[in-house]
Write a protein of this length. Structure first.
Length: 402
């Protein structure tokens, strides 16, 4: 490959020996040092179409993904209609074909309407669904989850689980920790997450199903998954940038600090970082969850769960973990580009790459976001790492205006 600019470097790592992007002629400022990375891959996003286009559209969501350096994303099935049949999944596939500017690999739902009561038509969706999930809702019945795991295994598909025990929620909406106690908020206990992970790891061991846990947030969850892996369970997990960077002492009385699972304690954050370093946590995924401004303006108690996150993922991780030396840049690329593709079987094309200026700062403002969702706990923060260009299928899908 011929470099097109003296200040453009191809990022090399052992896990990406085959990555040799055919970089097109690019116009870059002369006063920066630019790095070409493989296109990032996010296995947990909410693109909101069909059904909730007032929150986000396929067009805006995939453009925001490209702005974040992502060339592949997997949207969750909490849509209308829920993709619980081939017919309903096709509604989403048609929108993807029409409006997506990057690769989009949708999930199929595990149960009809994500209600946890009747299995969805997994067989009919298997050829088009990247995996199966009822994200946003935990499967409450052990018998149902066992049955779904057996079905998914027979189809060669993975079960991807949002783990939450409804009977342990008690109307909570932030972590059941010091901030909740000090400010009179109802808390969500850690057991509501880890108890279901513990059950599911046991079921995955029993059935042999490939199993992946969404957005883990507690120290107990890390320990359970670490021990399950040591027993040979075919399980992986992800966490989000916000759980690795924030703890509940940083909360404010604002809906942009409300997500599910909630930001946990300092001890939980430290355990997550340890799990990241020892390989227990395989993937960093954003759980990009855009909402309207009105839905996020009701304070901690009444705002909708979820924040916008795909555009800030790399700058947050680079600024708070790579630059201070907590993890290496190579490790970050493994977490957001290599491991997600390996686990979910998502290919990387030579024409899928992203160019970043690592020393240029960006300021996170509502105007900076290309997503329709603007709610972020990192609003007004300055971060290192500016996406200059993202190319998908050898076509430029995002370019910084310079």
């Amino acid at each position: 490959m011929t470099k097109k600019a003296d200040n453009l470097t191809i990022f090399r790592m052992e896990a990406l020996e085959s990555f040799s992007p055919c970089v097109e002629e690019v116009s870059l400022p002369s006063d920066g040092n630019f790095v070409v990375f493989p296109g990032f891959c996010d296995v947990h996003v909410h693109l909101r179409e069909p059904g909730f286009s007032y929150k986000e559209t396929m067009k805006s969501g995939t453009l925001a993904s490209a702005h974040g350096g992502f060339t592949a994303v997997c949207p969750m099935p909490n849509l209308k209609p829920v993709p619980d049949s081939a017919e309903n999944l096709k509604v989403q596939l048609d929108i993807i074909e029409k409006d997506a500017c990057i690769h989009v690999y949708p999930y199929g739902a595990l149960t009809v309407g994500e209600q946890g009561e009747v299995p969805a038509d997994l067989e009919a969706m298997a050829k088009d669904a990247i995996a199966f999930s009822d994200d946003g809702k935990g499967i409450q019945s052990e018998e149902m989850m066992r049955s779904l795991m057996l079905k998914a295994k027979a189809l060669g598909k993975m079960v991807v689980a949002h783990c939450e025990v409804n009977d342990l929620l008690h109307g909570g909406y932030i972590h059941d920790g010091e901030y909740a106690k000090a400010h009179g908020h109802r808390g969500i206990c850690s057991e509501s997450e880890w108890a279901q992970i513990e059950r599911d790891c046991r079921l995955a061991e029993e059935t042999g199903c490939a199993y992946h846990v969404c957005h883990i947030s507690t120290k107990e969850s890390v320990d359970i998954i670490r021990k399950a892996k040591a027993r040979g369970v075919n399980g992986t997990c992800e966490t989000g940038p916000h759980y690795l960077i924030m703890d509940d002492s940083m909360l404010e009385e604002d809906g942009k600090f409300k997500m599910n699972p909630p930001i946990r304690s300092k001890e939980d954050k430290e355990a997550l970082l340890e799990g990241l370093l020892d390989g227990t946590i395989d993937i960093v995924a954003t759980d990009h969850a855009p909402h309207s401004e009105e839905e996020k303006s009701r304070g901690l108690e009444k705002s909708a769960f979820g924040i916008t996150g795909i555009e800030t993922c790399f700058p947050l991780m680079y600024t708070h973990l790579v630059k201070p030396g907590v993890i290496s840049l190579e490790k970050l690329i493994e977490l957001i580009a290599v491991n997600p593709r390996k686990r979910f079987g998502i290919p990387l094309e030579n024409g899928d790459y992203t160019i970043w200026d690592l020393e240029k700062k960006i300021k996170v403002t509502k105007e900076w976001f290309l997503s329709e969702g603007k709610a972020s706990p990192f609003e007004n923060k300055e971060l290192y790492g500016c996406c200059v260009k993202t190319v998908c299928g050898s076509k430029a899908v995002y370019s910084l205006e310079v």
